[in-house]
Design a protein around this ligand. Structure first.
Ligand SMILES: [Zn+2]
Length: 262
């Protein structure tokens, strides 16, 4: 049976923590490295629902994309939601590991997987890493054959299993080069434009970034923060399972997008 230390060593090979952004909080955030890690749950975010599932199903560790804790805490009490979740998880013997922006940027990380799902070729980072050998943030590349904004949206809908995508620009517009950055990544719009991309895909962004895309003449597709990253938690569970065959690994079943169209 693997220990938490063996699991985190493996996760750090897959998504080296030095790739994380400076403001981030990544790695083992709660737990005992010597403890067993034979029941592992992945999820996008630790919420009351995912924390309860981990405790109910006797997980030893949650591998969550979004960190908990994220900001420094002065106390862990049940007076607020993060404190309640941490208190319950620690009492339940559940550790927490978060790869977050290291997973976004990793060589086979979320943005690379998104770029590949779109059929982009010659995939490169939108923003280069400080160290030349590191994979950088976001991804972009050309399509082997021109496509349209609508066709890109259709691929995203089927890959991410979502009903709809929000679009800035003309869906019929022909596009040759695309950029992706998962999560809330409107700040990458300028880099996408500089690299000559016709369409930029992210999870969510502000109204003003939408106006900026329109003014710059670059189409933008918003798939939702949840959908832009949750698929990778399922893939990560499969990857951990194949590495540690005697552990039981699953992606949270109780997690869902808090936003819905009605
Ligand atoms: Zn995110």
């Amino acid at each position: 049976m693997p220990t938490i230390n063996q699991l985190t060593t493996y996760l750090e090979l897959f998504a080296p923590l030095r790739l994380a952004e400076d403001w981030d909080n990544v790695g083992l955030l709660v737990g005992d490295r010597k403890a067993a890690a034979d029941r592992v749950m992945t999820c996008l975010t630790v919420t009351p629902a995912t924390a309860a599932e981990a405790i109910r199903r006797n997980a030893n560790i949650i591998v969550t994309h979004h960190p908990l804790p994220f900001r420094p805490l002065k106390r862990i009490t049940t007076d607020n939601v993060p404190g309640q979740m941490l208190y319950d998880l620690i009492r339940g013997g559940v550790a927490i590991y978060s790869p977050h922006t290291a997973f976004d940027s990793a060589e086979a990380g979320i943005n690379q997987q998104l770029a590949q799902s779109l059929g982009l070729s010659n995939i490169k980072p939108l923003v280069d890493a400080e160290q030349e050998t590191d994979p950088g943030s976001g991804r972009y590349g050309p399509w082997p054959e021109s496509t349209t904004v609508q066709q890109v949206a259709d691929i995203l809908k089927s890959f991410l299993k979502i009903e709809s995508v929000k679009c800035v620009g003309d869906p019929a517009h022909v596009v040759k080069k695309g950029a992706v950055a998962c999560g809330s990544a409107g700040s990458f719009l300028g880099a996408a434009k500089r690299h000559g991309c016709d369409v930029f895909v992210t999870g969510e962004t502000t109204f003003h970034t939408c106006l900026e895309a329109e003014a710059l003449g670059i189409a933008m597709l918003l798939v939702g923060h949840y959908a832009s990253e949750r698929f990778a938690c399922e893939k990560l569970a499969e990857l951990i399972q194949s590495e540690f065959s005697d552990a039981e690994v699953w992606a949270s079943k109780d997690e869902s997008d808090p936003l819905r169209s009605i």
